[in-house]
Design a protein around this ligand. Structure first.
Ligand SMILES: [Zn+2]
Length: 91
Protein backbone atom coordinates (compact mmCIF):
# COMPACT_ATOMS: atom_id res chain seq x y z
CA UNK A 1 0.00 0.00 0.00
CA UNK A 2 1.32 3.38 -0.91
CA UNK A 3 0.10 6.93 -0.51
CA UNK A 4 0.65 8.51 -3.93
CA UNK A 5 0.35 11.98 -2.40
CA UNK A 6 3.54 11.19 -0.54
CA UNK A 7 5.30 10.60 -3.85
CA UNK A 8 4.07 13.93 -5.18
CA UNK A 9 5.10 15.69 -1.98
CA UNK A 10 8.65 14.34 -2.24
CA UNK A 11 8.83 15.29 -5.94
CA UNK A 12 7.57 18.79 -5.26
CA UNK A 13 9.88 19.18 -2.26
CA UNK A 14 12.90 18.52 -4.49
CA UNK A 15 11.55 20.84 -7.17
CA UNK A 16 10.80 23.74 -4.80
CA UNK A 17 13.86 23.43 -2.56
CA UNK A 18 16.23 25.50 -4.74
CA UNK A 19 13.63 28.27 -4.95
CA UNK A 20 13.27 28.66 -1.18
CA UNK A 21 15.94 31.05 -0.03
CA UNK A 22 17.78 30.46 3.24
CA UNK A 23 16.24 27.05 3.79
CA UNK A 24 18.54 24.65 5.63
CA UNK A 25 17.56 21.44 3.83
CA UNK A 26 19.17 18.99 6.26
CA UNK A 27 17.43 15.66 6.80
CA UNK A 28 15.52 16.82 9.88
CA UNK A 29 14.26 19.99 8.23
CA UNK A 30 13.34 18.02 5.11
CA UNK A 31 11.39 15.53 7.21
CA UNK A 32 9.61 18.29 9.13
CA UNK A 33 8.45 19.93 5.90
CA UNK A 34 7.31 16.61 4.41
CA UNK A 35 5.42 15.63 7.57
CA UNK A 36 3.84 19.06 7.81
CA UNK A 37 2.58 18.80 4.24
CA UNK A 38 1.44 15.18 4.48
CA UNK A 39 -0.59 15.87 7.61
CA UNK A 40 -2.50 18.56 5.75
CA UNK A 41 -3.17 16.78 2.50
CA UNK A 42 -5.75 14.07 1.89
CA UNK A 43 -3.95 10.79 1.28
CA UNK A 44 -4.69 8.74 -1.83
CA UNK A 45 -3.76 5.12 -1.35
CA UNK A 46 -3.02 2.64 -4.08
CA UNK A 47 -2.01 -1.00 -3.75
CA UNK A 48 0.92 -0.78 -6.13
CA UNK A 49 2.29 2.50 -7.42
CA UNK A 50 2.83 1.38 -11.01
CA UNK A 51 4.06 3.74 -13.68
CA UNK A 52 0.53 3.92 -15.02
CA UNK A 53 -0.92 5.10 -11.71
CA UNK A 54 1.85 7.64 -11.26
CA UNK A 55 1.21 8.98 -14.74
CA UNK A 56 -2.50 9.18 -13.87
CA UNK A 57 -1.69 11.11 -10.74
CA UNK A 58 0.62 13.36 -12.71
CA UNK A 59 -2.15 14.03 -15.24
CA UNK A 60 -4.84 14.59 -12.65
CA UNK A 61 -2.03 16.29 -11.56
CA UNK A 62 -1.47 19.89 -12.22
CA UNK A 63 -4.09 20.69 -9.61
CA UNK A 64 -2.74 18.09 -7.18
CA UNK A 65 0.78 19.45 -7.66
CA UNK A 66 -0.40 23.02 -7.17
CA UNK A 67 -2.17 22.09 -3.92
CA UNK A 68 0.90 20.24 -2.70
CA UNK A 69 3.17 23.18 -3.61
CA UNK A 70 1.04 25.62 -1.60
CA UNK A 71 1.15 23.43 1.53
CA UNK A 72 4.86 22.70 1.08
CA UNK A 73 5.74 26.38 0.79
CA UNK A 74 3.87 27.00 4.02
CA UNK A 75 5.87 24.15 5.57
CA UNK A 76 9.16 25.58 4.29
CA UNK A 77 8.37 28.93 5.90
CA UNK A 78 7.41 27.38 9.23
CA UNK A 79 10.41 25.08 9.47
CA UNK A 80 12.78 27.87 8.34
CA UNK A 81 11.38 30.15 11.06
CA UNK A 82 11.44 27.45 13.72
CA UNK A 83 13.83 24.58 12.89
CA UNK A 84 14.04 21.56 15.12
CA UNK A 85 16.69 21.83 17.87
CA UNK A 86 19.83 19.91 16.94
CA UNK A 87 19.27 19.96 13.21
CA UNK A 88 22.50 20.17 11.29
CA UNK A 89 22.64 23.46 9.49
CA UNK A 90 24.42 23.30 6.17
CA UNK A 91 25.69 26.82 6.46
ZN1 LIG B 1 18.12 21.78 9.19
Amino acid sequence: MKNVIELIVVQEYERLLPAVSDFCGCDLCREDVLVYALNRLTPQYVTQPTGEILTGVAMQGDQAHADVAVVLLDGFRRVRANPRPGHESRK
